[in-house]
Design a protein around this ligand. Structure first.
Ligand code: CP
Length: 314
C-alpha cells in the first residue's frame, strides 16, 4: 500500500508526532482561509462517519478541500451498512470506487482497523468507540505547542485529564501521545469512570497515574483537559448525578483560581456546559477550546498530506 494509515497513536514515531505538529503549526502561520493549496489536487477522499460528529468531520472536509482534494461525505445512516453491508464489504466497495484515502468514525472499537484491512489505501481513524481518536490528540498537541515547547526536554509537562476516562478515546490517544513525548499524565475521575488499565497507555519515558480528587492536581498542571460525560456509552447509571459530578470534577470559578496562570484549559468537545465546564471558564484567557477547533483543520491538513506521502508546500 502506498501512503500511511493512522489508526492509533502507536502508528507514529515520536519524530513523526513532532513533524506533524511543526507542519500544522507552519500551515496555521502561513495560510489564511480561504487560501487553497494544490498539494492534493487530483486526490479523492471519502469521509465515512457512522457516528455523529461536527468538529472532526467538518475539519477533515475543510482540510481536504484546502489542499485541493475532492472530498465525498457519506453519513453512516446513508450508507449500505444500514442495509446489512459489513465493514469489510463497505471498505472493498469504496476501494473499488478508487478513493485515495478514507477517514472513518465508528461506534465500534476496532472498526477503522477492520476497514483498513480491506480498503488497501490509507485510512485515518476519526474516532472508534472507546478506542482512539489520534487526530484529536495531535490537534491538542498543536494547541499546546502554540504556547510552549512540548518537545523541549527541560522538564516533563503535567497533563491533567479529568472526566469519563473509561469511555474516552480522546484520553487514550492523548495519554499515549503525551507519555511518548516524555510527559506525565494524571487521569482524574470517579472510580466508576476510571480507566481500567492506565499502565497500558504509557509509551516512551512518560508516566500515567490516576486520582479521584481533582483539586490537588491543578496547582502543578500545564494542561487541564476536561472530557465529556459519554452517557451514550454507559450501559447503566454510573454517574450519581450531574450536579454532584460538576461539583467534584467540573471546571468552575473556584478551580480557575487553582490553575496556574500559564496553564491551558482544553476540552475536545462537544461540551456539556454546566457539567464539565461552567460558563465562566469560557471567558478565561487560558481556555483554548475554540482554538482546538481552529487547530483541528491545520492538523488534519498535515495528516492528509502525511498519509498520502505528499510534501506540504505553502
Ligand atoms: N472532538 C470531537 O471528536 O468532536 P466531534 O464529535 O464533534 O467530531
Amino acid at each position: 500500500m502506498k501512503g500511511r494509515s493512522l489508526i492509533s497513536i502507536d502508528d507514529l514515531r515520536t519524530a513523526e508526532v513532532r513533524d506533524l505538529v511543526l507542519s500544522a503549526d507552519s500551515l496555521s502561520n502561513d495560510i489564511t482561509p480561504p487560501d487553497r493549496l494544490t498539494t492534493l489536487t487530483g486526490c479523492f477522499i471519502v469521509l465515512m462517519f457512522y457516528e455523529p460528529s461536527t468538529r472532526t468531520r467538518v475539519s477533515f472536509e475543510v482540510a481536504g478541500e484546502r489542499l485541493g482534494a475532492d472530498v465525498v461525505n457519506i453519513a453512516g445512516d446513508a450508507s449500505s451498512v444500514v442495509k446489512g453491508e459489513s465493514i469489510a464489504d463497505n471498505a472493498m466497495t469504496l476501494s473499488a470506487l478508487s478513493f485515495d484515502l478514507a477517514v472513518i468514525r465508528h461506534s465500534e472499537t476496532g472498526a477503522p482497523k477492520e476497514f483498513a484491512r480491506y480498503f488497501e489505501r490509507p485510512v485515518l481513524n476519526a474516532g472508534d468507540g472507546v478506542g482512539e481518536h489520534p487526530s484529536q490528540a495531535l490537534t491538542d498537541a498543536l494547541t499546546a505547542y502554540r504556547y510552549f515547547d512540548i518537545f523541549a526536554k527541560k522538564r516533563p509537562l503535567s497533563i491533567v485529564i479529568v472526566g469519563d476516562l473509561a469511555h474516552s478515546r480522546v484520553a487514550h490517544s492523548n495519554a499515549k501521545m503525551w507519555t511518548m513525548l516524555g510527559h506525565g499524565v494524571t487521569l482524574v475521575g470517579p472510580k466508576s469512570l476510571m480507566e481500567k488499565n492506565p499502565k497500558s497507555l504509557v509509551r516512551g519515558k512518560g508516566h500515567v497515574k490516576t486520582a479521584d480528587e481533582l483539586d490537588e492536581h491543578l496547582k502543578g498542571a500545564d494542561v487541564v483537559m476536561a472530557l465529556r460525560i459519554q452517557r451514550e456509552r454507559h450501559g447503566r447509571k454510573v454517574v450519581p448525578s450531574t450536579g454532584e459530578y460538576a461539583k467534584k470534577y467540573g471546571l468552575n470559578a473556584r478551580r480557575l483560581k487553582m490553575i496556574p496562570e500559564t496553564a491551558l484549559i482544553m476540552h475536545p468537545g462537544p461540551v456539556n456546559r454546566g457539567i464539565e465546564v461552567q460558563e465562566e471558564v469560557y471567558d478565561d484567557p487560558r481556555c483554548k477550546i475554540n482554538e482546538q477547533v481552529e487547530n483541528g483543520v491545520f492538523m488534519r491538513m498535515a495528516l492528509l498530506a502525511w498519509a498520502l506521502g505528499r510534501k506540504l508546500e505553502v
